[in-house]
Design a protein around this ligand. Structure first.
Ligand code: ZN
Length: 493
């Protein structure tokens, strides 16, 4: 398990050597989706980024427990403490049960993530299934004197926390500025201070999802679910907490407050945040008309798209950028990604079919490929630098194509080293896969070619050279060349 992995910790704002709390175990929590709408690009990036982290940690030999939650209650509009619950709003609109809304979008989310080849987490808890845990945690915070009850609702006392522990460590927000920038209290607010946030909200009688609590019939605030569920499944102190940068404030900052008080410790050792996605330089939003769902990408049905883009193109495109960089989607950029990925897959197929041209190992090729392997490991060890890994795979492609062109020799050992590079990084760690369609088609093509070539060799055996030549010419017409060699007949497109 000795490794030199370094991760950027949002909390310390610097790269730190990764040392898990209880090696060889790694505990990781990532904020999952609020399930009230179609899965879109904003869902794809954190899922793929933390899938890379999950896969690489396992590759290093760690035993990873990966928890990614489902928010199916308590997430109010505009991420605020007022307004309608996002899921209940959708339920009203569709005239179905809130849990039907949640289930429908959980299924759609899973379906889309499977297509993107995102591995399922170890545990996927739902907020609505952990009301008791959330209530117990709120009770602890009240007991310790950092929350107060107004009219049945419970709020976290941010100024008190700020005085004792310092508020804003994670997001860099300063409490005084927050208060100054918040809208003036209209006297109707139940909060003592506009910076306070809800732990439990009293529900209006018509509010569909509500539970009994020691304070009133109501529902949990959005932030408490993650503290309650991460504590339940990963303990009071765990290794990695991830999510998109849009969750840094107020969601994750509030989690820091809650765990510091309830668990007596800042629960998270490494906070990791992926940067945001823009579309043609603009923030993605329903009102901007550039809100594209993953299905629309896969089918090419959105008016802004010139074509469909496969799940693997989307995945490759996301991994072509470092997770802490912003990423701008455009047709042109996606088309370039599609071309690049196809080139890598094509090289891999060439490599698989490549016949060793030498019995002795080509030391030069061996050294180059091994060095690319090492450089790819170094890149991932440097805060999961996936774009660098992809650049190394393109370098390897160049070498393989030089061999294919006959300008370089390789042995079986060379070939195995190349295969190992692609299998490890392209398929296992970056999680890219050739579609089953492509694979099936390749297999079918191979089988058909074997049949055609055996018919041709039968014709030759009975000295029917006219038929043999005719087969060759017909193949040439459709772009397939065949070559008679000592080992048999080779074909290529
Ligand atoms: Zn969360």
């Amino acid at each position: 398990m000795s490794n030199s992995l370094v991760v950027y910790n949002t909390l310390s704002r610097k790269k730190e050597t990764f040392v898990p709390i209880h090696p060889p175990f790694v505990s990781m929590y990532v904020c999952g989706p609020t399930v009230y709408g179609e899965p879109h690009l904003g869902h794809a990036r954190p899922a793929i980024v933390f899938d890379l982290v999950f896969r690489y940690l396992k590759h290093l030999g760690f035993k990873v427990r990966y928890v990614r939650n489902i928010t199916d209650v308590g997430h109010l509009e505009n991420d605020a403490d007022e307004g309608e619950d996002k899921i209940i709003k959708k339920a009203h609109l569709e005239k179905i049960e809130p849990m039907e809304v949640a289930q429908m979008y959980i299924d759609k989310y899973h379906f889309a993530m499977d297509k993107l080849n995102v591995q399922r987490p170890s545990i996927e808890p739902r907020a609505s299934g952990h009301i008791i845990e959330q209530i117990e945690m709120i009770e602890k915070i009240i007991e310790k004197g950092y929350a107060y009850i107004t009219n049945g609702s419970v709020y976290f006392d941010v100024p008190k926390f700020d005085k004792d522990f310092g508020y804003g460590k994670l997001s860099g927000r300063i409490l005084d500025e927050l208060i100054a920038n918040s809208r003036e209290l209209d006297g109707q607010s139940e909060k003592r201070n506009p910076a306070d946030f809800a732990l439990w909200k009293k529900a209006a009688p018509e509010h569909i999802m509500q539970w009994n609590s020691p304070w009133c019939k109501g529902f949990p605030g959005w932030h408490i679910e993650c503290t309650a569920m991460s504590t339940k499944y990963l303990g009071e102190h765990f290794d990695i907490h991830g999510g998109g940068m849009d969750l840094l404030f107020p969601h994750h900052e509030s989690e820091v407050c809650q765990s510091t008080i309830a668990n007596g410790i800042e629960s998270v050792k490494y906070w990791m945040h992926n940067n945001m996605i823009t579309i043609n330089g603009q923030k993605m939003g329903k009102s901007l008309g550039n809100f594209i769902t993953l299905d629309e990408f896969f089918e090419g049905t959105h008016p802004n798209l010139q074509q469909a883009f496969s799940p693997m193109t989307i995945r490759f495109f996301i991994l072509q950028a470092h997770y802490r960089s912003t990423l701008d989607f455009s047709n042109e950029a996606l088309q370039a990604a599609e071309k690049g990925l196809n080139k890598l897959f094509e090289t891999y197929r060439t490599l698989v079919d490549l016949k060793p041209t030498s019995n002795s190992t080509n030391e030069e090729v061996e050294k180059e490929i091994k060095s690319l392997f090492q450089q790819s490991s170094n890149a991932l060890n440097d805060d999961f630098n996936s774009p660098m890994v992809i650049a190394n795979l393109f370098d390897a492609s160049r070498i393989i194509n030089t061999v294919k062109a006959g300008n370089q020799t390789i042995s079986q050992e060379n070939k195995n080293t190349c295969l190992h590079l692609f299998d490890t990084f392209l398929f296992d760690i970056l999680g890219l896969k050739q579609s089953d369609d492509t694979k099936n088609q390749d297999n079918l093509e191979n089988d058909l070619m074997q049949i055609i070539l055996s018919l041709r060799s039968e014709a030759k055996n009975r000295k029917d050279y006219a038929t043999a030549d005719n087969i060759r010419n017909l193949l040439t017409d459709i772009g397939i060349t065949i070559k008679d060699t000592k080992e048999g007949v080779e074909w290529s497109k």
